[in-house]
Write a protein that binds this ligand. Sequence first.
Ligand SMILES: *Cc1c(COP(=O)(O)O)cnc(C)c1O
Length: 348
Amino acid sequence: MVPNDAPLRLILDGAALVSNWRWLSNKAGAPAGAAVKADGYGLGAREVSRRLAEAGCRDFFVATWAEADALGALPFGAGLSVLHGVREEDMAAALASRARPVLNSPAMVARWKAAAPGRPCDVMVDTGINRLGLAMADAVSGLLDGLEIDLLMSHLACADEPGSAMNGRQRERFADAAARIPARRYSLANSAGACLGPDYGFDLVRPGIGLYGGIPRPEAAGHIAPVVRIEAQILQIRDVPAGETVGYGATFTAAAPTRIAVLNLGYADGYLRAFAGHGTVRAGGQVRPLAGRVSMDLIAADIGDAPVEEGGWLEVDYALEAAAAATGLSQYELLTGLGSRYQRAWTD
Ligand SMILES: *Cc1c(COP(=O)(O)O)cnc(C)c1O
């Protein structure tokens, strides 16, 4: 556990998380589950799941059985799906778990039929992404006969790309699969897919990034609220004389006497070197630039005459869309890279 007095923290907005979840569901005209893999995209899967379950979310998605185990108990009636399915090595954990595997390959189907006949599972069919999932020809070949399929799903390759013809093609293929493969429910869309509206909603949507404040498509701008803020503590303030440099590589030279705050945050916390030259902090109501490179555990900011002192806290700007544009990192990388050294403090 990270102590409450850790020198860096994520301020996480539980009301925004729930409001994003509701908006995505309304936009898709279908109930929404929640992808909480990668420890809830870096926010903390347990805390995320508890809040969404309280709001009524009943379907959760993780990648692996270790993640399913780490999630702990979910409320009665909530379902958990393990997206990567069952390898041979997973069978003991899978049989001991109440989570359902998402069967992705003929070998996985055979494994589940042999070890857990009649026990519910989910199935992924591939409709064009050619990542995980059964080829359509296999899926309709009789291979799935005898399975108790709760959720039949597929995954969109280009839902976040405005104007892509892939979406309609995958939607048609999935509708065809849904007509031919009996299952209790059908699900196609991630966050970006949910933004495409009710044609893509089917019985359930599976948002991840949008829950956490990512803007998956332009339609979501102004509706999806930020969930994550970064705050880092000032470890030292120094006055750097004109002509002196700051940080590794001496890439910043003070043009005039400059007040520098050294903050407890670095690339080991997911604040990558790509922020050098782009990153900003809030100091006493002012937006102030970073000075020099990002170190493993430290950054320096030019704080001007802002009324801040050693031991104080500064917000480090982390608006996902803007940060992604500035750094070339994806909004997914910006969240899932947040390390384990933050105190994660929820409001709500
Ligand atoms: C990760 C994942 C999601 C969620 O995707 P977002 O783009 O984060 O909304 C949904 N479905 C599957 C199969 C996934 O792997």
